[in-house]
Design a protein around this ligand. Structure first.
Ligand code: ZN
Ligand code: ZN
Length: 179
């Protein structure tokens, strides 16, 4: 997976992994492959442990209540997980890496998530990470919609909330006597 200018695939992968945490190193590798990441080295339990810890930190970026706090938390992730950018042509075409060569899979994925999230937020808007507005759902999402006003993880949750609001509105209000 190469970072596109908006970090879209990386930030969606982070959300998917945060919402449903991989249970084994194999599962982590499989799901990263399915998301388009080239996994060419071994993926070990230590990589899984590193990513599970990283996802906790990443969720604290999602849950930051204001932009500045969100930026500070992500800056701490970048300081820990990204190196200076460098040009590489290991795949034939020149592109940027934000990490040193020969890193473990856990380190590579950590960099991808931190830098991808940074691209996503500065490219599309600092508010474009959130949790589903249905209280008992709380699924994390990266908002890549055109309008940037995503509130629900899925259409299903949006419908669920609409039905609820409709019922509330239809309920007769006590004490408001209308003659
Ligand atoms: Zn590369
Ligand atoms: Zn939801």
């Amino acid at each position: 997976m190469h970072l596109n200018p908006y970090g879209e695939s990386a930030v969606h992968l982070a959300a998917a992994l945060a919402n449903r945490r991989p249970g084994t190193a194999e599962e982590l590798a499989d799901r990263c492959r399915a998301a388009g990441l080239v996994v060419d080295g071994p993926v070990r339990p230590a990589d899984l442990a590193r990513i599970l810890a990283l996802l906790d930190t990443w969720e604290s970026v999602v849950d930051a209540t204001d932009e500045r706090e969100r930026a500070e938390r992500l800056n701490r992730m970048l300081a820990a997980d990204a190196a200076h950018p460098r040009l590489t042509d290991h795949t034939g075409g020149w592109h940027l890496h934000y990490r040193d060569d020969h890193q473990s899979f856990g380190a590579v994925l950590s960099t991808l998530i931190a830098v991808g999230t940074a691209f996503h937020l500065v490219g599309r808007g600092m508010h474009r990470l959130g949790r589903c507005a249905v209280a008992e759902c709380a699924t994390v999402f990266a908002d890549t919609t055109r309008t940037g006003r995503k509130r629900y993880c899925t259409q299903r949750c949006a419908n669920r909330d609409a039905v609820r609001r409709h019922r509330r509105a239809a309920r007769p209000t006590n004490g408001s006597a209308r003659a």
